[in-house]
Design a protein around this ligand. Structure first.
Ligand code: SAM
Length: 265
């Protein structure tokens, strides 16, 4: 029987992530992209470079964690890292990786499409009150996810609701810098793509409109990717053998979008 998360996921066109989950980590591009995201995030948040005492360390929420590539990199900096993904298949792969003996112990995998800061799938703020208000986070990250979200205003509002006062978001995605950005995905990978990257002016405006303060959107890095020379060149399968003469290399800029929830005394 379909779970609420899986049927919602299929409805949003993101169902391909269940199919791709088991082979996701075999793509070097996603590892490199997560590495670059980590570097960009750590460079903007000195508290991550110099972790404070454990009792003051950050609770981190990662939205759209996939198989946990960035989650594993961020976990050493966090007290607890809640890794949320709407594709149960992705979360199953993450759970398997967490069973390894030397895996991080502070990652909590959750299969949910996050639409409500008080969603009961999130941990409670107070462990002695399991049905009470949900935990609020010091940092929320999301990497290569925004272009899959149908309603950005809604997801940003949910993120704001999941933050502590004074907490921050650090959202990374490839940039929608014009027509050529549409070449980021091969034709067979368009399922669930809502737009071709994140537009810098648009996301900056939207973050301010929903209530983030100190909003900053910057080009943080660029990455080479093998793309189709013409639409459909790589065929119909989302992932399959590619011949050596197929595709061409193109460089894509990535954005780091940061903002804070206003601090209240
Ligand atoms: C391109 S993948 C990126 C995964 C991972 N961040 C990485 O870079 O390896 C996008 C992920 O976002 C997830 N996703 C899309 N919309 C979501 C939502 N509303 N809530 C949680 N996850 C979502 C998808 O299920 C998918 O696993």
């Amino acid at each position: 029987m379909a779970t609420a998360a899986s049927s919602l996921h299929a409805a949003s066109g993101n169902g391909r992530f269940n199919d791709e989950a088991s082979s996701w980590d075999s793509n070097p591009f996603v590892h490199e992209a997560s590495n670059e995201a980590l570097k960009a995030i750590v460079s903007r948040f000195p508290a991550l470079r110099n972790p404070p005492a454990p009792d003051k360390a950050l609770d981190v929420l990662e939205v759209g964690c996939g198989t946990g590539l960035l989650s594993f990199m961020l976990a050493p900096y966090a007290r607890r890292l809640v890794a949320v993904d709407a594709a149960p298949g992705m979360i199953e792969v993450l759970k398997t990786k967490l069973q390894s003996r030397d895996a991080a112990q502070n990652i909590l995998p959750v299969a949910v499409s996050l639409e409500n800061p008080e969603d009961k799938h999130l941990p409670p703020a107070d462990e002695t009150k399991p049905d009470g208000p949900r935990l609020k986070f010091g940092l929320i990250t999301s990497h290569l996810v925004l272009h899959h979200i149908p309603d950005l205003r809604a997801v940003l509002t949910t993120m704001l609701g999941c933050l502590k006062h004074g907490g921050s978001v650090a959202l990374t995605d490839f940039e929608d810098y014009g027509l050529e950005a549409s070449r980021f995905h091969a034709k067979a990978k368009m399922d669930g793509v809502q737009r071709h990257g994140t537009n810098a002016d648009g996301i900056e405006r939207l973050m301010s409109e929903v209530g983030f303060v100190n909003v900053r959107v910057e080009r943080a890095w660029s990455m080479d990717k093998v793309v189709e020379k013409y639409e459909g060149e790589f065929g119909d399968a989302p992932k399959g053998p590619r011949q050596s003469d197929q595709g061409e290399v193109k460089s894509f800029p990535f954005l780091l979008c940061t903002g804070e929830k206003k601090y209240c005394l």
